[in-house]
Design a protein around this ligand. Structure first.
Ligand code: MTE
Ligand code: MO
Length: 197
């Protein structure tokens, strides 16, 4: 994997690169299966489970506060991309528009195409998580999860669902697609939580 595209971190970058990761200056595409092609006009986001059921359109989302984000992105297949600028909607701003049951402790992200990935509510409701729709000053392309994806920068990137389509709130842990197929239930790159044991 090393060579032209993947580099060992410089010493000055070392404290930003989790153990066992290599740097890329590009933005690789990592998708299991086909790429859904969803226009903003047809895109919807549904909330259900331990929250009052509600469906958001693209315009509903665009009426929420828009924020800028600067982050590093770490894939469990060992590439890391530093310094990405994104535009999106903070998960915390979104959550203030829904009625969540006090019993909710976990959330399952559901994507167009059937991909799922799970988080605790605490990991999901962090200030640095967001619904991203622009990256590197361009609208998010279909291959990277456009028109809208989740980004959870503090965990491995499989926790950042592309083509986000639903959020299911739960009072217990359920496992998403990769978590059922051997990946770690949490996925902290600094602890190298790559696989379940
Ligand atoms: N819906 C969906 N989301 C997904 C994936 C996927 O296959 N489907 N792959 C995950 C993985 S393993 C990674 S590393 C990142 C990759 O995002 P990128 O293709 O924009 O680099 O998306 C995550 N989100
Ligand atoms: Mo990944």
């Amino acid at each position: 994997m090393l060579g032209k595209f993947f580099q060992k971190p410089e010493p000055s970058q070392g404290d930003r690169v989790p153990p066992g990761q290599y740097l890329t200056k590009g933005f690789p595409v990592l998708t299991y299966g086909d790429t859904p092609k969803i226009s903003t006009a047809e895109w919807t986001l549904k909330v259900w489970g331990l929250a009052t059921e509600k469906t958001y359109s693209w315009d509903d989302m665009m009426s929420l506060p828009i924020s800028e984000f600067h982050l590093d992105f770490h894939c469990v297949t060992r590439w890391s991309r530093l310094d990405m600028d994104w535009t999106g909607i903070k998960v915390t701003d979104f959550l203030s528009t829904i009625e969540l049951s006090p019993k909710a402790t976990h959330v399952m992200q559901h994507s167009y195409g059937g991909y799922t990935t799970n988080l605790t509510l605490e990991e999901f409701a962090r200030d640095d998580n967001f619904f991203g729709f622009k990256v590197l000053n361009e609208p998010l392309s279909a291959e990277h999860g456009g028109p809208m994806r989740i980004v959870v920068p503090h965990l491995y990137a499989w926790k950042s669902a592309k083509w986000i389509h639903g959020l299911e709130f739960l009072d217990h842990e359920e496992l998403g697609f990769w978590e059922r197929n051997g990946y770690h239930r949490r996925g902290d790159p600094w602890l190298e939580e790559r696989y379940s044991s």
